[in-house]
Design a protein around this ligand. Structure first.
Ligand code: ZN
Length: 365
């Protein structure tokens, strides 16, 4: 269907599609603000105005050109951790079915767009879809004036849930997908290796498994307070003691951390690997120890649609309260400061999630 400004677009009448600055990566090392115009929603689609966009190490890899080229398409508007407000809905493909969304709804959007028909999708493993398509990687992300997506990817935030917290649903979904698959024994001693966003969200989410103790092992002592706020009982910069934990999550994304993760579980314990330690990096480990210690080792890639639904439900119910993890906010125009803070740190205090704010309401109040 032709997308013609001025025709009736479901819930609203579009006279002129909005535009505005977007953070565009032209190619490796070349990025800045460029004007972009919104795309009108077609049948079954929703147009969303982004409010908050988190930035992470993966965005740095995209900016620097360190991503596997099969997983990024330039030029690209970055932004895959975000929340926004519904601006318009398209005509219904099925006119007898009411649309689920209205203008003004605060929402989050699954970034991985599965085709829904391949063998992996039909088995529920939408993170392994045969066709890789993801907002902020293969198509324009949220650090711009507008995002238009299929309605099936959109999830409403509950009343009273701050839109900022929605920007954490993406990394939370990554964590939950891993934890739900690894299924730690309730009441166990748990160790999280790493002190970044994913690690601290893992410490937070592990509370759902009623641990006897959650220890976070990181490299930056200034993260200790933030780790405790997120649910850790203890924070240590010492290497993890060997063979002492029931369940270990590696979320640091470096080889040393993976090595530690493999020696930290007790006999019969299990390990979940969430960090990406660099393309092709190898570990050395005593193979007999894996067998003799009866270890379960599990990797987890991205998130499934089911994990995303769980993340939204746990956020909306108040069972998870990740908001304190957001420590830095920069207006979109100050993107260079945000990227610098991500790359080099931001002062002496703790650093949790860094957000770009596109919320015009917030900036005028
Ligand atoms: Zn698929």
């Amino acid at each position: 269907m032709a997308r013609v400004p001025g025709r009736r677009q479901g819930a609203d009448v579009v006279t002129a599609l909005p535009g505005g600055p977007a953070l565009v990566v032209r190619g490796p090392g070349v990025f800045g603000l460029e004007d972009r115009t919104a795309v009108a929603p077609g049948p079954g689609e929703v147009r969303i105005t982004p409010l908050f966009v988190g930035v992470c190490g993966t965005d740095l890899e995209i900016i620097d050109g360190r991503m596997d080229p099969d997983y990024v398409r330039y030029p690209l508007v970055i932004g895959h951790e975000w929340s926004g407000v519904v601006a318009a809905t398209g005509d219904r493909a099925d006119r007898f079915r009411a649309g689920r969304f209205q203008a003004g709804d605060t929402v989050v959007v699954e970034g991985i767009i599965p085709d829904g028909v391949c063998a992996a999708c039909r088995a529920g493993r939408t993170n392994l879809c045969a066709v890789y398509d993801e907002l902020g990687f293969m198509r324009d992300g949220a650090a711009g004036p507008s995002v238009t997506v299929p309605e099936r990817l959109v999830h409403r935030l509950g009343p009273g849930i701050p839109a900022e917290a929605g920007a954490l649903v993406e990394p939370l979904s990554v964590v939950l997908r891993g934890l739900l698959e690894a299924n730690p024994e309730r009441g166990g001693r748990m160790l999280v290796i790493g002190d970044g966003t994913v690690a601290l969200l893992a410490a937070h989410a592990l509370r759902l498994w009623s641990p006897s103790e959650v220890v976070v092992s990181g490299r930056r002592p200034e993260q200790a307070g933030l780790a405790r706020t997120m649910g850790a009982d203890a924070f240590t910069v010492e290497p993890a003691p060997e063979r002492s934990f029931d369940f270990v999550v590696e979320a640091a994304g470096n080889i040393d951390a993976v090595q530690s993760a493999l020696t930290a579980p007790r006999r019969g314990g299990s390990v979940l690997l969430l960090g990406i330690a660099g393309h092709g990096r190898t570990i050395t480990t005593a193979a007999d120890d894996i067998v003799n210690n009866d270890l379960r080792i599990r990797g987890s890639f991205g998130y499934t649609a089911e994990a995303w639904r769980s993340a939204v439900a746990l956020l909306n119910s108040g069972a998870l309260t990740p908001l304190p993890l957001i420590t830095h906010r920069f207006p979109l125009e100050n993107f260079a400061e945000a990227v610098d803070a991500l790359r080099h740190g931001a002062g002496d205090g703790p650093r949790g999630k860094i957000l770009l704010t596109l919320d015009r309401r917030a900036s005028t109040s």
